[in-house]
Ligand binder design. Structure first.
Ligand SMILES: [Zn+2]
Length: 959
């Protein structure tokens, strides 16, 4: 049967909407406040966006069914430069962009014309994204919707920014930022192509003197100044002669360009070929010793200054380049000098001798300086020396200090003596701005910064992270890492949509700074949208009173002209819903948004309102590859919904991966899901409620299995292991059901509809958060009144788990399997099957052994001795073989099964097999089956098989 997804989904969405099922106000139930990073409306949503929102929606629906009053709201993030850049490109008639808008996103042409106005772009995609979210069935309280350029939101952001400034967390100063030289604007992840965060590092420039010039080398290891023996120059590079703040320098062209942005005055004076420097000498700062400049091909003009300091005792590249040079043919004068160069060892590290670089080269079998293994060799030496090395006596006042501590001290000492300077460089080049220009690091003066480098602030944020639930757990260390490297961050831009800095109106609060505590604004927006309050009312006193419980209501009412009752109603609502119980986002927001979200909360709110949980998900791949415009494999979400239905897409996204993995989406899996759901739908349509007169063994078993499924699924959803949960509901449970059907059919039962109805009701209830529309339809088909999305999540009940039923059913299954195996191996066509169960003495012994194993005793000798010492198991000495095999049987099973066997002591194997095996066995094997206990007096045992029977391991005779 084919399901008409569109019709069913529209029907149920309308019902939710009419009943206002997801509009949430405070009540006397416990609350859950679940939020997800709001979208940036500069393109339609695609399947990838759908993943994060779907996961959050499943979470929200799950908690709603578990009795929580769940608030799940949504806003739209208009702030920032990308929309502005897009408007400019439309204005310039950018062919590629316009073609994408038309063909990929399906925007009508007359609307594209309006896109020269940035707000029109945002408004258009806002509506598009919102429609998609509604069609996906997200259980959002739309009364709280807002955009970040709403006047009331701007009031809120002004309050946020002012509050941070009062706490000295917004500072004005000179700090490095990622920078677009074309737009003259700082850039962060949201402004770059491919959404990469510009990441940079600090090099120490060590100044070597050459005639009137300084030749600086860039290093991350300033301590190696004590071991330098020559410089490396690439003879192919044409170096620039420049003046840097009144000093003459020689550096690569790329380095000179980088220095222009680092708050230095640069003028260009001329050029010099690298080859002209070879063989000449420079003076080592501090040591006043002359060293040679030598040629090396590994030196790159893009990295550092294009000149490298050679420390052959500790840098594998340097040692190898020296060997290469000595091997090359050259004029004899320089050769003699180079031959005289010996490495200077300055670091002592356990496991290394005098020359660690040489040792590692030999270990890796490096051939020459172009060997790719050199990178790895370098990493190994640097790592070991940094964490485990100590400086030697030849490092003067630094001798004896650990390398990891000495680095900063040596850097400061060099700078103080004017032997060094700083060079900042991007480490993840190339980073491109959305305008196409390559980004650089710039020292920005008189700019407004959030002081994320502040150690007290970091400490507070760490405290919050430590107390938070982070899903999945493995992502926690990434947050610690981000907090570690975080430093001052520009929080203002000169262009783009957004809120002006209240005290400096030339600047606009940038998009990663006005999106950190807006979850609190969802409380306010409800009252703004229903016109209870207007933006003019929203003063500092208002926000202080609502969010921070500061001031008194009478004064606030006088200032804001809002009645005391309303002010207190808003405050009560905030106090009810805050803090955020769960924050969902994609993994790409870990190093920025999610970390800033925590930092800003701990700065502004008291600890009781700090966020409680972060949930991070991976991205979505399309048939195994990344989705991108250039690949043409972006599937707009709304198109997918109209082609396949929302529920199949929700399910296909969830089933394809656990939280942090990248989900691989493909259309075959959507069709597979559709078929699966259609089959389930048909089953539900056929079932009638009712209780059979008597529960058979298989009924008790499948009911126990259902309880087990409830337990597993609930635990999995709580940990947001949704793939596992959904797999349990849809697939794993299916094999249990088919066994149940086989058993029922063997007995020709006609009274199982009620049992199946009960099981499927439970299944559909648990399916509801995942596939909410079709679950409502199935719920109705099963004859239930009301909405399944508002019904109770099934509760695991230990009382309904029948250990004996589970045990006996597994026993039956394994007995049938054993018979099949024997038939397969012996290839006998059976005439007759006889089964022998163990006698009661063996059962007694079995339980004694099981008890001993459960307390940790597994030693055969000890167990044997103990059994013999007790009179009623003394006889066991006659069957030591049985004891040994039984211990093995027990140990081969998981602990939970052992526990169940311990509970099901009264299980009577023989009568169970007589009742349950004979019928099903006749159907499976087509012959009569006889069952005996080995102690039966009338036993038929021509081959003396019965004595091999063990509890749960009957002996089998096939003739
Ligand atoms: Zn740019």
């Amino acid at each position: 049967m084919k399901i008409n997804w569109k019709e069913i989904e529209t029907k149920w969405r309308q019902k939710w909407d009419e009943n206002k099922d997801f509009e949430t106000n405070p009540n006397d139930k416990p609350k859950k406040f679940i939020t997800v990073a709001y979208p940036y409306p500069n393109s339609p949503q695609h399947i990838g966006h759908g993943r994060t929102y779907t996961l959050a929606d499943v979470h929200a629906r799950f908690y709603r069914m578990r009795g929580f009053n769940v608030l799940f709201p949504m806003g739209f993030h208009y702030t920032g430069t990308p929309i502005l850049g897009m408007a400019k490109r439309v204005e310039a008639n950018d062919k590629e962009l316009i073609s994408n808008l038309k063909n990929l996103y399906g925007v009508p042409e007359d609307i594209i014309k309006e896109f020269v106005e940035p707000v029109k772009i945002a408004n258009y995609f806002h509506q598009e994204i919102k429609d998609g979210m509604i069609e996906m069935g997200y259980s959002i309280d739309w009364r709280r919707e807002f955009t970040t350029i709403d006047p009331a939101y701007s009031k809120f952001i002004e309050w946020q920014i002012n509050t941070l400034r009062e706490k000295n967390l917004i500072i004005q100063g000179s700090h490095p930022v990622g920078w677009c030289p074309k737009d003259q604007n700082p850039v962060s992840q949201h402004d770059t192509l491919g959404d990469v965060e510009p990441d940079f590092t600090e090099y120490i420039l060590i100044k070597f003197k050459f005639e009137d010039y300084i030749i600086p080398t860039a290093t991350l290891r300033p301590e190696t100044i004590f071991g330098v023996v020559n410089l490396w120059i690439n003879p192919e590079i044409i170096y620039k002669k420049i003046t840097v703040d009144d000093q003459k320098w020689i550096v690569s062209k790329e380095c000179a360009y980088k220095l222009e942005f680092l708050d230095k005055k640069i003028t260009y004076d001329g050029e010099i070929k690298g080859s002209e420097l070879i063989g000449k000498t420079v003076t080592v700062p501090h040591r006043n010793e002359s060293i040679l400049m030598l040629p090396a091909s590994f030196v790159e003009s893009e990295t550092g200054t294009g000149v490298v300091m050679s420390v052959p005792a500790h840098a594998p590249f340097d040692y190898q380049a020296l060997i290469d040079f000595k091997k090359s043919k050259m004029e004899s004068e320089l050769f003699t000098k180079v031959n005289a160069i010996t490495p200077i060892s300055i670091i002592e590290t356990e496991g290394y001798g005098e020359n660690p670089a040489k040792e590692v080269l030999e270990k890796f079998g490096i051939i020459d300086q172009n060997d790719p293994k050199l990178e790895e060799a370098t990493k190994e030496v640097y790592g070991k020396e940094f964490y485990g090395g100590k400086l030697k006596l030849n490092t003067e006042q630094f001798s004896g200090i650990k390398v990891s501590y000495a680095k900063e001290a040596i850097k400061n000492w060099l700078i103080k003596n004017k032997h060094a300077d700083i060079l900042l460089e991007l480490t993840n080049t190339p980073v491109r701005c959305r305008c196409g220009a390559e980004c650089v690091v710039k020292i920005l003066n008189n700019q407004w910064f959030l002081n994320y480098g502040d150690s007290d602030w970091k400490e507070l944020a760490t405290k919050c992270f430590d107390s938070m639930n982070i899903l999945p757990q493995e992502i926690r260390s990434e947050f610690n890492y981000v907090i570690g490297w975080l430093r001052e961050r520009a929080c203002a831009r000169q262009h783009g949509l957004g809120t002006k800095i209240p005290w400096d109106k030339d600047w606009i609060v940038e998009s990663l700074s006005d999106s950190v505590i807006y979850m609190a604004y969802y409380i306010i927006s409800k009252f703004v949208n229903n016109k209870t309050i207007i933006s003019d009312n929203l003063s500092k006193e208002f926000f202080d009173y609502i969010f921070l419980d500061k001031g008194d209501s009478e004064k606030v009412s006088a200032i804001t002209k809002i009645s005391i009752d309303i002010i207190n109603e808003i405050k009560k609502e905030f106090q009810y819903f805050y803090p955020v119980d769960s924050r969902h986002s994609g993994r790409d927001l870990v190093p920025n948004h999610l970390t800033f979200f925590v930092l800003n909360h701990v700065a502004i709110f008291p600890q009781s309102n700090w966020p409680r949980e972060i949930v991070v998900n991976g991205s979505v791949l399309m048939n195994g590859s990344k989705m991108s415009k250039s690949m043409g494999n972006i599937i707009p979400l709304r198109k997918a919904i109209s082609d396949y239905g929302a529920d199949p897409i929700r399910l296909a996204i969830i089933i394809s991966a656990e939280l942090l993995q990248d989900a691989d989406f493909n259309m075959e899996s959507v069709s597979g899901i559709q078929n699966k759901i259609e089959a389930l739908f048909v089953e539900c349509s056929l079932l009638k409620a009712g209780i059979p007169e008597k529960f058979e063994a298989e009924d008790k078993w499948i009911k126990s299995k259902t309880q087990n499924m409830i337990l597993q699924v609930t635990l999995a959803v709580e940990k947001m292991r949704l793939r596992e949960a959904l797999h349990d509901i849809l697939f794993s449970f299916e094999s249990d059901l088919s066994w149940y059907m086989k058993r029922a059919n063997a007995k020709n039962r006609i009274n199982i509809s009620g049992v199946l109805h009960d099981i499927h009701s439970t299944r559909i209830t648990m399916l509801s958060p995942f596939a909410p529309h079709i679950a409502e339809e199935m719920w109705k088909k099963l004859g239930h009144l009301g909405m399944v999305s508002l019904s109770k999540w099934p509760e695991f009940s230990q009382g309904e788990v029948d250990a004996t039923a589970i045990q006996s059913e597994e026993y039956l299954k394994s007995t049938i399997e054993d018979i099949s195996k024997i038939l397969k191996v012996t290839k006998i066509i059976p005439q007759k099957i006889t089964i022998y169960t163990a006698n009661s003495f063996k059962f007694k012994v079995y339980h004694s052994i099981l008890e001993k194993v459960m307390t940790g005793q597994t030693n055969m000798g000890t167990i044997m001795k103990e059994l013999i010492s007790i009179p009623n198991t003394e006889e066991v000495k006659k069957i030591p073989d049985f004891v040994q095999k039984t211990i093995k049987d027990i140990l081969s099973e998981p602990t939970e099964i052992r526990k169940m066997k311990l509970e099901s002591k009264k299980f009577d194997e023989k009568s169970f097999l007589i009742n349950e095996l004979i019928e099903i066995g006749k159907k499976d094997f087509g012959v009569e089956i006889q069952v005996f206990s080995e102690s039966d007096s009338d036993i038929y045992d021509p081959k003396e098989k019965a004595r091999h029977a063990r509890p749960f391991k009957p002996a089998i005779l096939i003739e």
